[in-house]
Design a protein around this ligand. Sequence first.
Ligand code: PHE
Length: 344
Amino acid sequence: MKEKIRQINEEIDRLVAENHEHLEQLRIRFLSKKGLIPALFADFRNVAPEQRKEIGQALNSLKQKAAEKIVSLKDHLEQGSTAEASESDLSRPAEEINIGSRHPLSLVRNRIISIFQNIGFNISDGPEMEDDWHNFSALNFPPEHPARDMQDTFFIEKADDYKKQVALRTHTSSVQVRMMETTEPPIRTLSPGRVFRNEAISARSHCIFHQVEGLYVDKSVSFADLKQILYYFAMEMFGEETKIRFRPSYFPFTEPSAEMDISCILCKGEGCNVCKYTGWLEIMGCGMVDPAVLKNCGIDPEVYSGYAFGMGIERIAMMIYSVRDIRYFFENDQRFLKQFTSAY
Ligand code: PHE
């Protein structure tokens, strides 16, 4: 049925009437009682109930389109234009071209990547299925840490010995462990990717989301370097007048650790319902790589130090585009997806 509707639609788009007699033939072919379109309406009772809404709408618009086309061809004939003239009418509107659009999460990810690529970060990638070492142990998570719990992590292989467990990665810090294990410092890398956490799906959280994490390891890297790089990022990403602030926090793999806030991008710090009248939005975790983590990855912490940071792409996309429900990003509804044409 859908295919037939599509074919008739195309045929109508191409219709040209040579004279009034021909036009009448066309009207009979499409719209008379025994015509193609009423025949489809007669067939409608065989359409499955769950498809009726969609097909019903398509049929109605097909019928309307055919009627309008006949009227416009008639107008054309009456204005004395011949079939030839209408074929070569350069002022006729072109047929619409249905171009695709980038997914909003890709737009935001690409923007973040290009900001860090400009200052010498490369892009690294790793598996979504991870072993315990790369996702937890190398990053200093003690064996009894709650993040290792079934409640937080999707396990693919549970084992009595936690070291043998395989899970979907819960953050892309696992990629950074792989980079540190295989690369001599200096390391300046950005790891974008999909991560998984066993959380209830709601307007604000999803069990699948995307992160971008960054890592810099070299001689004498300091917290001041971290602050400066993140200030640069905030200005590039959210505008020159953006302010940042750091609050102490805790992650097993960084010491000291912090949470970075930016001044609210909507109210510029005045206070609104997006920033809950605080003037600030939390956007990422960061800190100095714990010397024990460097050591786990074969890097001498007496010689090298490093910083790391990580942010959620959905969260930033929701702020930039004022999207109120994270689930929109995963529903593939074109009416939603087609609204995004650039990173802002
Ligand atoms: N891995 C942390 C998370 O998933 C983010 C983070 C990265 C924090 C690097 C500090 C340093 O929440």
